[in-house]
Design a binder for this molecule. Structure first.
Ligand SMILES: [Zn+2]
Length: 302
């Protein structure tokens, strides 16, 4: 493969990131409404240079897909935000025109060759490239893939309960990025209890950020990785697992899931693969007397 991003080896599985975009200059007080400037001044000291703007007063977030190559399958985990989507209430992702499919190709991924697409949840920046606009119609971008969705996400975002102003991150997403996949007969579902999938994966229920959010563990050759989805948006939350983002829909559950998955990542020495951390977006969590700490992993050039 000719991917430009560093790759990580987990047993006999290779994992590499394909970036859709970086979101720059995010004010910490916007992303974390509960975080005071004084608290940010303390916690930001633990962040890497790539996590922040050079002034160190604003955050940088990545939006990307993890490309997973097992000995048997080519799998994409989360599909960023997509092109041409109408997101009038969410200007960050409105009517985009980004070279994501070109970048996938550079990383050696032909859309026709993708076997599975896993969505950790169905927010705007995780399911966008599930579909693309073709002759005025939304069609599955990966026509030969099985798309795997948490069932509780499908149920909630297809219901009127989620279609109100409190849930802006999801407005319109179900209709243009999920429903066309279901109508094409390509969708499979993971029940709220999670569980094993394709022998080497395990869907771990981590609800809170969204109603049926799932993280996905991978085990191969005695090594472990966790695709954590939006359990955290930046490494600030490693030291402060109590801190939710403005996008977390169910606050108490989000905190509980974050603490529990951080513990699991530390105990199993898993490679933690984040969706929004910039830099390598991957690293290790350790647990000590002062709580959890984060260290980026570098990966190998491919
Ligand atoms: Zn997200």
């Amino acid at each position: 493969m000719g991917g430009l991003a560093p790759a990580f080896q987990v047993g006999s599985v290779t994992v590499a990131k394909v970036e859709e975009q970086l979101l720059r200059g995010i004010p910490p007080s916007f992303l974390y409404p509960g975080l005071t400037p004084e608290e940010f001044a303390i916690t930001q000291q633990a962040l890497a240079a790539s996590d922040l703007e050079p002034s160190r007063d604003a955050l940088v977030l990545s939006v990307h897909t993890w490309v997973v190559r097992t000995p048997r399958h080519l799998i994409l985990i989360d599909t960023a935000s997509g092109n041409d989507k109408e997101r009038p209430t969410n200007p960050l992702f409105h009517r985009q025109s980004l070279p994501y499919l070109e970048r996938l190709k550079e990383a050696g991924v032909d859309p026709e060759a993708v076997d599975f697409v896993f969505n950790t949840h169905l927010h705007v920046d995780h399911s966008g490239w599930n579909t693309r606009l073709l002759n005025g119609k939304w069609v599955p971008t990966f026509p030969n893939a099985r798309y795997v969705f948490p069932k509780a996400e499908r149920d909630y975002y297809s219901s009127p309960a989620s279609h109100n102003e409190a849930n802006l991150p999801s407005l319109g997403v179900y209709e243009d990025s999920v429903l066309p996949v279901i109508e094409a007969g390509l969708a499979d579902y993971i029940g709220p209890e999670g569980g094993k999938y394709l022998d080497i994966f395990e869907f771990i229920p981590t609800p809170g950020h969204s109603i049926g959010h799932m993280s996905i563990a991978l085990e191969s050759g005695g090594e472990t990785a966790i695709f954590a989805g939006d359990l955290m948006h930046t490494a600030l939350q490693v030291a402060r697992p109590d801190m939710n983002t403005v996008y977390c829909e169910f606050a108490d559950e989000a905190q509980r899931s974050r603490r529990s998955l951080l513990s699991r990542a530390a105990e199993t020495r898993a490679l933690y693969l984040a969706t929004h951390f910039p830099g390598s977006s991957a690293g290790f969590v350790t647990s000590g007397a002062d709580g959890f700490t984060w260290r980026y992993a570098q990966g190998a050039s491919s």
